[in-house]
Design a protein around this ligand. Structure first.
Ligand code: HEC
Ligand code: HEC
Ligand code: HEC
Ligand code: HEC
Ligand code: HEC
Length: 376
């Protein structure tokens, strides 16, 4: 009996020692040297001195990033926003330097360490803890569904707003997608409920759990063959190109007769919305609408053939004459188009927004929605 207790104790101690060893070596693996981290950072979009995001104002006189853009488009501007330069915190006080990338000290300083919440364009503040609140402060866009309602205030749903320009959610607003109804980033229709923050699964629940904050790639580098971060749970993923093929429930949301990766279901739902918008604009506004992937995105379909032809996607030919109903749809269209990773950030929320925009247009034009599925 004594012997048996001894053996069990020995096994327990050995197991504990092995566990401790694995834990310590894992920690040692994770803690990366400043040098390694710097190499990763140099290769990232945050360090890209030639990017449009950091050089857009270079030809201005004087060349500086305006106050309302500087928080996200200038490293110096973000330091000003944090109050790390001694100025008022949570506000940019002055125009900021151009060519100022997101360098080490932008994220590693006292005020940055203390940042626990992010304020979103909807006006909502969300507590996300340190690290993730940095990401969400710059990656939440510049307008939200509420901006659309402000623009449309006082107009009937199908009344033309001659003066109103397109309300653009902006770019790379992953946090607005990820938070869903919690951040109210998209245009959310009255009387509908929307998916909240995408909880996903243990280990992939926040920006910095998935994205390495320096390389910005997935934690298990997606260019390597392993792509372990996803493969552990989605067995069909063997590399980056497989991400867009992931689906879980096997529902044909866009009604095209095929169950596809969530990325493709969203693309399909957006095509249905696009056709409905073209139909609606041709009948209800003075011009038929077209979308092209260049600012200001919405153009007049001069020959009404539904396609972008030579000369149509020109700044001078931009669409005007939105009605509130068309603006809501255009906002959600763009919201889903400009977060190409919406399928992994919060695919259900994206599908709900697109579906509801289609339904809103279907109150006026004839759209067959019978094959479409709204995630619940
Ligand atoms: C909340 C943060 C934020 C604010 C404020 C902001 N931007 Fe951006 N903007 C971004 C991010 C992030 C991108 C990066 C998109 C990319 O290239 O990946 C971007 C991209 C851009 C681009 C490049 C678009 C493209 O097609 O590559 C332009 C131009 C731009 N912003 C203009 C502006 C202007 C003008 C303002 C001020 C009126 C502004 N932004 C304010 C976050 C912001
Ligand atoms: C966009 C914000 C951001 C920038 C820019 C940035 N870091 Fe980090 N860094 C972080 C975050 C967030 C963590 C915490 C990592 C985690 O959660 O595991 C971190 C962690 C670290 C660590 C700890 C080791 C590790 O990998 O966890 C080191 C060292 C480091 N950063 C150095 C740097 C250096 C040097 C630079 C510039 C070359 C830099 N960082 C730029 C956000 C940033
Ligand atoms: C101070 C603002 C700021 C902060 C903080 C910030 N980013 Fe960025 N991020 C940007 C801008 C601006 C770009 C576009 C840079 C470019 O076009 O080269 C960008 C680009 C990116 C991209 C690449 C997008 C693309 O088009 O390929 C990813 C991914 C990203 N950021 C993730 C993060 C994560 C994760 C964090 C938090 C650890 C973070 N960012 C913090 C401003 C910021
Ligand atoms: C489940 C893991 C996961 C989480 C959580 C996550 N991302 Fe991503 N993100 C991805 C993947 C995967 C891609 C690339 C997808 C693709 O290209 O198809 C991506 C792409 C991006 C891009 C580039 C999109 C573009 O405009 O081209 C940005 C910026 C970004 N993420 C920022 C963030 C921020 C900020 C957060 C936190 C609010 C976040 N991500 C949370 C997995 C994640
Ligand atoms: C720890 C396990 C785990 C990891 C790691 C993981 N996922 Fe998931 N994923 C899930 C689960 C569970 C769901 C279903 C969640 C839900 O519906 O609430 C899911 C859902 C998804 C969805 C939505 C599918 C649908 O049909 O609604 C996509 C897309 C996705 N994951 C992509 C990825 C990508 C890309 C990665 C790697 C960057 C990844 N996942 C990593 C477990 C994981």
């Amino acid at each position: 009996m004594k012997n048996r207790t001894f053996v069990i104790a020995l096994i327990l101690i050995t197991t504990a020692l092995i566990g401790w060893y694995i834990y310590v070596s894992a920690q040692a693996n994770e803690a990366r040297s400043v040098q390694e981290v710097s190499v990763d950072w140099w290769g990232s979009a945050h360090a890209d001195t030639s990017a449009e995001a950091f050089t857009h104002w270079n030809e201005d006189d004087p060349p500086e990033v305006p106050v309302n853009c500087a928080k996200c488009h200038s490293g110096d501007g973000f330091i000003d926003y944090l109050g790390q330069d001694g100025s008022t915190a949570m506000a940019v006080d002055a125009p900021a330097a151009v060519n100022s990338v997101i360098s080490c000290e932008v994220c590693h300083n006292e005020q940055a360490d203390l940042l626990e919440t992010a304020s979103l364009p909807s006006g909502i503040e969300v507590k996300l803890g340190s690290g993730n609140s940095l990401c969400a402060t710059c990656h939440s866009g510049t307008s939200s569904g509420a901006t659309v309602d402000e623009t449309a205030a006082g107009f009937d749903a199908d009344e033309i707003m001659a003066e109103a320009g397109f309300v653009n959610p902006h770019y790379a607003f992953a946090a607005a997608t990820w938070l869903g109804a919690e951040g109210e980033g998209g245009y959310q229709y009255d009387g509908k409920t929307y998916a909240a923050r995408f909880e996903h699964a243990a280990g992939v629940q926040s920006c910095t759990e998935c994205h390495d904050p320096h390389s910005l790639h997935m934690r298990e580098d997606y260019e390597s063959e392993a792509a372990n971060l996803c493969a552990a749970c989605h067995s069909n993923v063997s590399g980056y190109t497989d991400y867009r093929e992931v689906y879980v429930d096997g529902i044909d949301y866009d009604g095209n007769g095929k169950v596809e990766g969530l990325y493709h279901e969203i693309e399909g739902m957006r095509s249905v919305l696009y056709r409905a918008m073209q139909q609606y604009s041709a009948g209800q506004t003075e011009n038929a609408i077209l979308w092209a992937d260049q600012y200001p995105y919405w153009y007049i379909d001069t020959n009404q053939d539904g396609e972008v032809n030579e000369g149509e996607a020109e700044f001078a030919n931009q669409f005007s004459g939105f009605t509130p109903r068309l603006m809501r749809a255009a906002f959600n269209f763009q919201f889903s188009a400009k977060d190409p990773a919406g399928y992994v950030h919060n695919g259900q929320y994206m599908l709900q927004l697109l579906y509801d925009s289609i339904e809103d247009l279907a109150a006026v034009v004839d759209v067959d929605m019978s094959a479409l599925v709204r995630p619940d």
